[in-house]
Design a protein around this ligand. Structure first.
Ligand SMILES: CC(C)[C@H](C(=O)O)[C@@H](O)C(=O)O
Ligand code: SF4
Length: 427
């Protein structure tokens, strides 16, 4: 019997130095990188625990701290948290500190902090994003993080794996977000709890890295520990800019690996999807909810604010104007994405269509600043969560969709299938 990606990666990182490990084994693993954000990072128990233990950071070069949720701060409390985080990084000589760089997961990948085969823990549930680069990223709580900071190791149960294979070419106006929502609708929001989802098949093989990152990012919305995509030429090309020449085929799954479940999807049957309030697995075809009027459309976050997302939206919106009374907010997923889109005129196209361009931040995604929803308002968003009150008032509603669907909806003021908008990217 062969091995899944999780089994291979965890065997390499295991304290027993590469002996075989199997799903359900509980093992000690060496951590390659530890990422902390400003919400659950140093400001919580971490500082106290390290002080109590009289411990210092096991390897400062492997620690990355990113202030992203509370930047730019909306009030004194948020400003104080960012200040604490910045000062802590300084005092503990953590050089990999970022602020105003964008949501942590995009920053991690685009600054070269993620390599295939690594085990990366982060104080944020969407740390599973790194699975797009064939790294086993997973979220941990602050107490667990304190242990990792002190020792560089942690214990984990080796996850069982669900293989989600997608075959065939995607239809026009269908994106990775639609693949993700469809898969989660089948699994259910807890269907992959403590499991790995391995996305594979020729549909996934042909996705560019921005799209793969969206897919892995959302794995935790089915409860998954990790959302892995095999290492291939697209991964290698992405890593080239960081000077990575090593190859990582050895962490790809064996043909005869032991999967708990195998799901098979036909990409040709996939139409634009939307997750309706208030669960990510409450998924319908966009055309089934086209009567729903919106107040706000949001393109941003570590899920749907990457270069390709803004490009897709701009291509659809070029020469068009958003509906009267609708707010279209765009927060590029990082400063790097912002700068590239600025340079290439993508932000101008979006702004000309009526979009307001915001700083690269988590703000609106979790309703803490820069786009918070009022009572009774409806938002369609490229983000990853539509829980009750997620983006603001408890009486607001969030629909999750691809950037193309969000852009199309901004044009009409109703949830709209991008295929219904002329001048779309495949015209
Ligand atoms: C606030 C933070 C800890 C949280 C997470 O863990 O994911 C946030 O980023 C989110 O998306 O809900
Ligand atoms: S952008 Fe949204 S999902 Fe991503 S880390 Fe920030 S709050 Fe969480």
């Amino acid at each position: 019997m062969g091995f899944t990606m999780s089994e291979k990666i965890m065997a390499m990182a295991s304290a027993n130095d590469g002996i075989n490990v199997h799903a359900d084994d509980i093992i000690w693993v060496r951590i390659s990188k530890a990422m902390m954000d400003d919400v659950l990072g140093p400001r919580l128990e971490i500082d106290d625990i390290l002080t109590d233990l009289n411990a210092s950071i096991w390897d400062k070069d492997r620690v990355v701290i990113i202030s992203d949720h509370y930047t730019p701060p909306a009030n004194v409390n948020q400003a104080d948290i960012v200040k604490f985080t910045r000062d802590w990084a300084n005092t503990h000589q953590v050089d990999h500190y970022y602020e105003f760089a964008g949501p942590c997961h995009q920053v991690m990948v685009e600054k070269g902090h993620v390599l295939p085969g690594e085990i990366i823990v982060g104080t944020d549930s969407h740390t599973c994003t790194y699975g797009a680069l064939a790294a086993l990223g997973t979220g941990v709580g602050s107490t667990e993080m304190a242990g990792v900071l002190a020792t560089g190791i942690t214990w984990m149960k080796v996850p069982r794996t669900i293989k989600a294979q997608w075959h065939g070419d995607l239809n026009a106006m269908v994106m990775a977000k639609d693949i993700s929502l469809k898969t989660i609708s089948v699994l259910g929001h807890a269907g992959a709890t403590y499991k790995t989802i391995e996305y594979c098949g020729e549909t996934i093989d042909s996705l560019i890295m921005d799209e793969r990152l969206c897919l892995s990012n959302m794995a935790v919305e089915a409860g998954a520990k990790a959302g892995l995509i095999r290492y291939d030429a697209i991964t290698a090309a992405y890593l080239e800019k960081f000077g990575v020449t090593e190859t990582f085929e050895h962490i790809n799954p064996d043909e005869d690996a032991n999967y708990e479940t195998v799901l098979s999807f036909d990409a040709q049957e996939l139409v634009p999807q939307v997750a309706c309030p208030h669960e990510v697995d409450n998924v319908k075809a966009v055309s089934d909810v086209s009567h729903v009027a919106i107040h706000q459309a949001y393109i941003g976050s570590c899920t749907g604010g990457r270069y390709n997302d803004l490009l897709a939206a701009a291509t659809l919106l070029e020469g068009k104007t958003i509906a009267k009374g609708i707010r279209l907010l765009v927060s590029p997923a990082s400063k790097e994405v912002y700068d590239r889109c600025l340079k290439e005129g993508i932000l101008t196209i979006l702004a000309d269509a009526g979009a307001t361009i915001l700083a690269s931040s988590c703000g609106a995604c979790l309703g803490i600043h820069s786009g918070t929803l009022a009572s009774g308002e409806v938002c369609i968003s490229t983000t990853n969560r539509n829980f009750l009150g997620r983006m603001g008032s408890k009486s607001s509603e969030v629909y999750l969709a691809s950037p193309l669907t969000v852009a199309a909806s901004a044009v009409t003021g109703y949830i709209t299938d991008p295929n219904a908008i002329s001048g779309g990217i495949n015209d």
